[in-house]
Design a protein around this ligand. Structure first.
Ligand code: ADP
Ligand code: MG
Length: 720
């Protein structure tokens, strides 16, 4: 299979020609029921009702929903859609849909129907999706409910089109069973909290939105070679494989010219994304061979996340068409970079002011500092929650290992802003240009404009007018970390405002009070700021001294979801109930256990049935050679004897360690609670993988290449 796959991959012909002219401006949103389509297909009343719901969160009444459904149906049919579905994001990490046809038989004929009921709420029999005990199967009811703030769109397959309606997914009792429901709550919370703060400074602001731009990293592997690697097929990553002689050390892939076949793939993804209104803007080669990145223009956070989920679906579909497989796993290959999903986050007012971008006068700069410092304070107080929100078996390979960024949550703000904050604390507010230390806050914009600081190792970096959460895994649904970040910041802004209002009510001057409250917040949060190399040993030591957490594995990181801090951040702000938090905790623990369990099974099977047979085969060849030399009365070569010994050692060790891993799995399986099981899978099972791999990878290097069955790293990464 290995040699067949190399041949197939080598002989691929480009099926798709990117040569033809495409007008992206014409394609943009052509498959989206957007504002323009709504104006065309809805009555004025219905249109206004939806707009009011999108802009002001007003509920759409039944009668209006009936009109909207009728208009949406006409639009979808005009686009050639035959079916519709509620489109939602259950806690599996992927998107879910269940299609119904528009048409149904009536009086011997077929008629097309789509009612308000079908638009607004459905009850898919989705009892097999994870619910963490929130749903008992005997009352297996889960409801999907329309989210008007994310527009309906048409999903095109090769042979058919489906109207997709973004929805939340909740239980009969209203408990969230998905990522979107809590996200929407956190969006409202942070928007309101930021608006309330704005009122101190900008009277005209009536609302704010959290904005998000998601950079998505991924690998592409040829389909034939992917299929010849059971570990990639079953787990999304290679469990074995010796590092190739050439990896990423030459830095020749990063920003290099994009290979033709890959370019064609990207181009088609961009075309389909444009139709869905996903504003893809950037594409380039990433650091590791076979690794790439794309990024859209930022959008409102809920829409940005829907678009990212949709984009991943699209990329997966189109990869098949181009005979690739796209890998979103955080660490598909050992020894070269893994993939992340940088979440660029900011808050923007309805008047167009980016609250993380300093303005032109002291007033707007104090507003900037208020949002900036409170965000840092929010990160400080909720570091463990943020860490938990990005925890997964696959992201552990980045956060827990020597890989970007580490598990220690800290913020990077750059040397200039560090100076600004120090001066702010020192109360130095002179205007002297020559004295670097004395920075008046009205000079922040100039300072930032030439602030070219970049720190690629920080998990949470300020990059001029936004914070970039870089620790999110490439396969993660960003809703989870963004729910945590929105809520943490909102919670902090609310606390801050309470303090300020109290002091003002007691007779304090508002501006003076804000400054002194900011100083307090900054002082208490300062130890989360770190400007150095986050990968260094020194930082781990220093962070420990500072009392910052460094939680390297998912089961332990997840505990933050049921901590006191989670209650005060999430529960007290109405984002999750205690029960919902516990359910999520259980679901994520189980997810972790299952993933490691599957990896363990695949690894065991690979060693026994793919690695040992060729190794033993080669051993036999060597032994026969030695025997025939002896029989012929010739001297046996020391090379053969050395190889015989070495191969025997590695075969024995690989076999023995695999046997031990199988036993460890049995022990882990016998654990009685989800917690204990996940911990045991981490410490007893997963920790054995590297030892097994060591011996297998040694064998890969010495066993006859012609006998080796699994495509090697050099083939997976470099043949395209
Ligand atoms: P890099 O971090 O690699 O330099 P870019 O500067 O291209 O990347 O920006 C990365 C992402 O940040 C893009 O998706 C961009 O739209 C987004 N972005 C820019 N400004 C904001 C903002 N104010 N809020 C949220 N995202 C933003
Ligand atoms: Mg970036």
């Amino acid at each position: 299979m290995r040699f067949d796959s190399i041949k197939t991959a080598t002989n691929r012909k480009n099926k798709f020609s990117a040569k033809h002219q495409v007008s992206f401006t014409e394609l943009y949103k052509s498959n989206v029921f957007d504002d323009f389509a709504m104006r065309d297909f809805l009555s004025k009343e219905a249109y206004e009702s939806v707009s009011d719901s999108i802009n002001n969160g007003k509920t759409i009444n039944r009668k209006m929903a009936e009109h909207v459904a009728a208009g949406m149906k006409r639009w979808a049919l005009s686009k050639g859609a035959t079916h519709y579905t509620h489109w939602f994001q259950p806690l599996t990490g992927s998107t879910a849909e269940k299609h119904d046809s528009f048409w149904e038989p009536k009086d011997g004929k077929a008629v097309e129907k789509f009612s308000a009921g079908a638009l607004v709420q459905q009850e898919p029999d989705a009892s097999s999706l994870p619910n963490g005990g929130l749903r008992n199967t005997f009352e297996a009811r889960g409801y999907t409910a329309w989210d008007p703030s994310s527009p309906a769109f048409i999903h095109e397959n090769t042979t058919g089109k489906t109207l997709c309606i973004p929805t939340v997914f909740v239980s009969y009792n209203g408990e969230a069973l998905d990522y979107k429901a809590p996200l929407l709550k956190s969006v409202n919370l942070v928007n309101k909290a930021a608006t309330d703060i704005c009122k101190y400074f900008l009277k005209k602001v009536t609302s704010c939105t959290a904005s998000l731009g998601i950079e998505q990293e991924y690998f592409l592997v040829d389909e034939a070679m992917f299929n010849a690697r059971p570990d990639l097929v079953m787990t999304g990553r290679t469990l074995l494989g010796h590092a190739p002689a050439k990896g990423q050390q030459m830095d020749d892939h990063y920003f290099g010219s994009i290979p033709d076949r890959v370019f064609n793939y990207m181009y088609e993804v961009e075309i389909e994304a444009a139709k869905l209104g996903i504003p893809l803007k950037t594409r380039h080669n990433e650091v590791a061979p076979g690794q790439y990145e794309c990024a859209p223009m930022f959008e409102e956070v809920n829409l940005a996340i829907d678009h990212n989920q949709l984009l991943m679906d699209l990329m997966d579909d189109l990869a098949h068409k181009h005979h690739f497989r796209v890998l979103f796993h955080e660490k598909p290959f050992a020894g070269i970079n893994g993939s992340g999903k940088h979440n660029n986050w900011s808050l923007i007012t309805n008047t167009g002011v980016n609250l993380l971008s300093p303005g032109n006068d002291p007033n707007s700069n104090l507003l900037f500092l208020t949002i900036f410092i409170n965000t840092i304070k929010a990160l400080h107080d909720n570091a463990d929650i943020i860490r938990a929100s990005i925890a997964s078996a696959s992201n552990d390979h980045r956060l827990g290992a020597n890989e970007a960024p580490p598990a220690i949550i800290s913020a990077f703000i750059g040397s200039k802003l560090t100076e600004v904050l120090n001066a702010f604390l020192d109360d130095e507010t002179t205007n002297d240009d020559n004295d670097k230390k004395s920075i008046n806050i009205d000079k922040i914009p100039e300072i930032l404009r030439d602030n070219t600081d970049r720190n690629r190792t920080s998990p949470f970096a300020f990059t001029g007018n936004k914070f970039e959460l870089r620790a999110v895994g490439s396969s993660t649904n960003s809703a989870q970390p963004m729910t945590a970040l929105n809520t943490a910041v909102a919670n902090q802004l609310i606390l801050f405002k309470t303090q300020v209002d109290k002091a003002v009510a007691a007779g304090g001057d508002q501006k003076t009070v804000i400054v002194s409250e900011l100083k307090k917040a900054l002082i208490s949060a300062q130890n989360i700021l770190f400007e150095g190399n986050n990968y260094s040993e020194e930082w781990a030591t220093e962070a420990k001294k500072r009392g910052l957490s460094n939680i390297k594995n998912t089961p332990e990181a997840l505990e933050a979801y049921i901590s006191k801090q989670a209650i005060s951040t999430f529960v007290n702000n109405g984002i999750f109930t205690k029960e919902e938090l516990h359910a999520r905790y259980e679901i994520m623990l189980e997810d972790y256990t299952k993933k490691i369990q599957i990896e363990g099974r695949v690894l065991g099977e690979l060693v026994y049935s793919h690695i040992l047979p060729p190794a033993i085969g080669y051993l036999t060849t060597l032994a026969n050679n030695v025997k025939s030399l002896k029989d012929a009365g010739l001297k046996t070569g020391t090379a053969q004897m050395d190889l015989l010994k070495s191969i025997t050692t590695h075969i024995d060790a690989a076999k023995q360690k695999t046997d031990e891993m199988v036993e460890a799995r049995k022990k882990a399986n016998s654990m009685t609670s989800a917690e204990k099981q996940a911990i045991s899978y981490h410490y007893d099972v997963k920790e054995t993988f590297d030892g097994i791999r060591y011996h297998v990878d040694k064998l890969e290097q010495i066993v006859d290449d012609q006998m080796w069955q699994l495509p090697k790293y050099r083939e997976l990464l470099f043949i395209k």
